[in-house]
Design a protein around this ligand. Sequence first.
Ligand SMILES: NC(=O)c1ccc[n+]([C@@H]2O[C@H](COP(=O)([O-])OP(=O)(O)OC[C@H]3O[C@@H](n4cnc5c(N)ncnc54)[C@H](OP(=O)(O)O)[C@@H]3O)[C@@H](O)[C@H]2O)c1
Length: 291
Amino acid sequence: MRRILVTGANKGIGFAIAERVLEEADDTFLFLGSRDTDRGTAAVEKLLQANPDFANRVRVLEIDVSNDESVHNAAETVRAQSADDGLYGIVNNAGIGFGSSDLSTVLNVNTRGIHRICAAFIPLLVNAGRIVNITSAAGPNFVAKCGPDKKAFLTNVDVTWNEIDTLMNECVSFAGDVAAFNANGLADGSPYGLSKALANSCTLQLAREHPNLIINACTPGYIATDLTVQSEADRRKSPEELGMKSPREGANSAIFLLLGDPEGTGQYYGSDAQRSPLDRYRAPGSPPYTG
Ligand SMILES: NC(=O)c1ccc[n+]([C@@H]2O[C@H](COP(=O)([O-])OP(=O)(O)OC[C@H]3O[C@@H](n4cnc5c(N)ncnc54)[C@H](OP(=O)(O)O)[C@@H]3O)[C@@H](O)[C@H]2O)c1
C-alpha cells in the first residue's frame, strides 16, 4: 500500500484531495490529517458514507502543523503504523489566512508548517516519495510586486532554510508597518501572499536538499471553501455562481503531482497541472512555463 498523509484534510481542498486519492488509486492508504480529532472523525465518516469500501484504507491522524509536539507525536504514530513500508507521499495542504493580518500566525502555519512537517516526516518517506505543497497564486502575485533583490531571493533555487527563517523573522518585526515592507522591497507585506511566496521558496530548498524525492508545489485555483466563502448568503450559492471552482476541481494539480508523472522536482504548478513561474501569474490554460 502507498501510505499518504494529507494535512488539513477534514474539509475543503484537503478533504477533496483525500477522497480523490482513495478513489483514483486503490493501492493507497490515507492518513487524514486534522488538528481536531472530532472534525477528522466526522470527515472520515462522511467519506465512508459515500464509499464504505474505503473503511480499511483511511485513518484520522491528529496533527496541528503549527505545533512541534503535535507534529512529532503524529510522525511517531505514522512510523508505528507504517511497519517497514514507509510513507509514499505528503500533501502539505493545511493553511490559513486570506483575510488574516496576523503575520506571525500565518507564517507559522503556511510556511513554518511545511518545514515542521517535512523535518518530522521526510525520514519516513520511501525513495522517490512525493511531497506536494499547496501554495497559491498569491505567492507569484506577491513576488511580482517585490523589488529586484527580494524577487531574486524568492526565486533563488539555492535558498537555505536559515535564509528563509531569517527573512520571516525580519518580516515579523515589520508587521503592520506597510512602509517598512515597501522600503525593504516586500511590497505591502501581505501576510498571505508573503507566506505562500516563502512556501514556494521552501519547495525549492527541500527539493535541492532531498534529490531522492519528488517535491513540488501548486496552486489549487480559486476554490469555494471556508477560506474564501465567508458570508452566509454566499455559502448558499454554487461555486459557479461565486466565480469559483469546486474543491474537487481544486484537487486536480495536487493529484497530478502526487500520483501522476510530473517533469521533475522543485517546480511550481498552476491549477491546470502545468508549470508556472514563481514571480508572476500564469492563467490556467495559457502556455506552460518552461524556464
Ligand atoms: N480556496 C482557495 O481558493 C485557495 C486558493 C489558493 C490556495 N489555497 C490553499 O489551499 C489550502 C486549503 O485551503 P482551503 O481553501 O481548503 O481552506 P479551508 O476549507 O479553510 O481548509 C483549511 C484546512 O486547513 C486546516 N488547518 C488550518 N490550520 C491548521 C493547523 N494549524 N494545523 C492543521 N490543520 C490546519 C483546517 O482545519 P480546521 O477545520 O481545524 O480549521 C482545514 O482542514 C490552504 O493551504 C490554502 O492556502 C486555497
